[in-house]
Write a protein that binds this ligand. Structure first.
Ligand code: CP3
Length: 343
């Protein structure tokens, strides 16, 4: 059946005069209605596990802007928590988790099939959204890629260079690879349940893929993503998958073919003309405006929106930022971008 939803049409390979558009972190602190709902929930994690309020914040940017896709409101770090890691957020700083320094760090973790009770509220959020979203809006489910999630589980926090994860990989490869395997397998189960609950597309966020060099990129960024996509597509034939190997540089070339992804999301360090020639030749791409323009606005925002639209106009494209919209973004700048894009 031919797709009627704009986002699904791009994912199926169609070139559209006006590309579909959504923004990473579109439900977030730059929106006053998000801040109000988050205050009502108490804190960020309580918001993630409150299905009604998580669905509400997912819908807020759809009502305000009419984006072509909604992304489930949750976080990539809910999976470690479902596996038994401790997780909390320090306001103004970011996530904190229990650490993994050796095999004893893996011992208390649960198995891949033991996450669903913990994740039940997330699946319920997806069910609410698939009922309540406008018929033209596509619902995207997501998870972190194993390497990116492992960097947080090993270090117990975000790190500028993923040093602790690289150190464990060098010192105790067996433990490191056992963690990557557990995350790969539990991510398949987690995403599969999101799809059963109503997610129409899945996106795999590998935010720290760029720090994997040489053979490590193929082993720990490409291979796990390929395994996840292959298994999901065998369980859910035709499921479109977006991969985001952030800052992969030259490794963006061929990434879609090698992993089976229907679309590769580009970060804003990638030149759009280069990506059109080297990445979009294999299929749909998503991206990749600098999120700073949503803060600074003005003519530069209009010019850059049009430049990126033009650069990717000869193939399938989903307009987005190259990373999440930041809390200091001006909500009016989103309207300016949409006007420049849709005309
Ligand atoms: O895009 C969306 O709107 C969907 C929801 C979503 C969130 N996080 C909500 C969130 C998604 C897809 C994510 C992914 C995520 N989470 C990634 C991968 C993408 C990326 O940004 O590189 C990562 C690395 C995380 C882990 C994480 N979550 C960090 C490091 C932080 C703290 C930094 C920050 O922005 O505060 C979070 C918190 C977080 N996740 C917020 C939101 C809306 C802010 C929480 C708040 O309201 O205070």
């Amino acid at each position: 059946m031919a797709e009627t939803k704009k986002l699904l049409r791009s994912l199926a390979g169609e070139t559209q005069a006006v590309p579909p558009v959504w923004l990473m972190r579109q439900a977030g602190r730059y929106l006053p209605e998000y801040r109000a709902t988050r205050a009502e929930a108490g804190d960020f994690l309580s918001l993630c596990y409150n299905s009604d309020l998580a669905a509400e914040v997912t819908l807020q940017p759809i009502r305000r802007y009419g984006f072509d896709a909604a992304i489930l409101f949750a976080d990539i770090l809910l999976l470690p928590q479902a596996l038994g890691a401790e997780l909390w957020f320090v306001t103004g700083e970011g996530p904190r988790l229990s650490t993994i320094t050796g095999p004893e760090g893996l011992a208390p973790l649960k198995g891949k099939d033991d996450i669903h009770d913990h994740m039940a509220p997330v699946y319920e959020t997806v069910r609410i959204l698939s009922r309540e979203l406008p018929s033209e809006t596509t619902l995207i489910g997501f998870a972190g890629a194993p390497w990116t999630v492992a960097t947080y589980m090993i270090a117990g926090r975000g790190t500028p260079d993923q040093g602790p994860a690289h150190a464990l990989k060098a010192a105790d490869r067996a433990t490191f690879e056992a963690l990557i395997d557990l995350l790969t397998e539990s991510t398949i189960e987690y995403l599969s349940k999101q799809v059963e609950a109503g997610a129409e597309v899945v996106k795999i966020f590998d935010s720290w893929a760029g720090s994997l060099k040489g053979d490590d990129f193929a082993r720990y960024a490409l291979e796990p993503t390929k395994r996840i996509i292959a298994e999901l597509k065998s369980r859910h034939p035709g499921l479109p998958c977006i991969a985001f190997p952030r800052e992969a540089g030259e490794h963006y070339i061929g990434f879609a073919k090698a992993t089976g992804a229907d679309c590769v999301a580009l970060d804003n360090s990638v030149d759009a003309d280069w990506a059109a020639a080297n990445v979009q030749v294999d299929g749909c791409v998503q991206g990749n405006m600098d999120p700073k323009l949503m803060v600074t606005g003005g003519q530069a925002l209009i010019d850059e929106t049009k430049r990126i639209k033009q650069a990717f106009s000869k193939g399938p494209h989903i307009f987005n930022l190259g990373h999440g919209i930041t809390p200091d973004a001006d909500p009016d700048n989103v309207n300016i971008m949409l006007e420049a894009l849709r005309g």
